[in-house]
Design a protein around this ligand. Structure first.
Ligand code: ADP
Length: 168
């Protein structure tokens, strides 16, 4: 059985992430979406909330599991019996960092490979940060995140006031 791990912050999951999950599901027998705990970032959603939002949107895929970890990624992957890490690449700017990390991971654990899936062109601009920024200004989020989670984001982010009026 070929199992791949798809790691990220997923704060929150976007249509870009979901596109990578859907395509990884067609390549691997099992895809383990792993919310990585990054102490440098102050997330909008707690770990449990992020996992629940992902679970809600991946229900339609039979071979996806959702998990979380604060371990070294390659140790986690090995412990799960997987040997592939899936990453999405949006632009050359993603590549620089992701390539360094992939090589470092390969050095630590040569049996594990990183596979890059090119972002679908309609999502190359999309990140969780863009979603949060749009939400703060009351934008329609339907082109950015799965519709099942729009309410969770809009209720979490307070509307901004511009010239005394509420923008959303
Ligand atoms: P973000 O940059 O949105 O905070 P994450 O840290 O959660 O993303 O990213 C997890 C993985 O998903 C990374 O490999 C990242 O490159 C990939 N990814 C994020 N957004 C997209 C997108 N719009 N298209 C393709 N891959 C993406």
């Amino acid at each position: 059985m070929k199992t791949a791990v798809y790691p990220g912050s997923f704060d929150p999951i976007t249509l870009g992430h979901l596109n990578i999950i859907r395509r990884a599901c067609a390549i691997f027998d099992k895809v383990l979406v792993c919310v990585m705990i990054n102490s440098d970032k102050r997330p909008l959603f707690t770990l449990d909330e992020r996992m629940e939002l992902i679970r809600r949107t991946v229900r339609r895929y039979r071979n996806v599991e959702v998990d979380a970890s604060d371990e070294l990624l390659v140790s986690y992957v090995k412990q799960k019996g997987a040997n592939v890490i899936v990453k999405g690449l949006r632009a050359v700017s993603d590549f620089d960092w992701e390539f360094q990390i992939a090589l470092a991971n390969k050095k630590i654990e040569p049996t594990i490979d990183t596979i890059f899936l090119a972002s679908s062109e309609k999502y190359t601009y999309l990140s969780s940060t863009v979603v949060k920024e749009m939400a703060r200004y009351g934008a329609d989020l339907s082109g950015f995140v799965p519709r099942e989670i729009i309410g969770d984001i809009t209720s979490r982010l307070p509307p901004r006031r511009v010239n005394g009026s509420v923008t959303r």
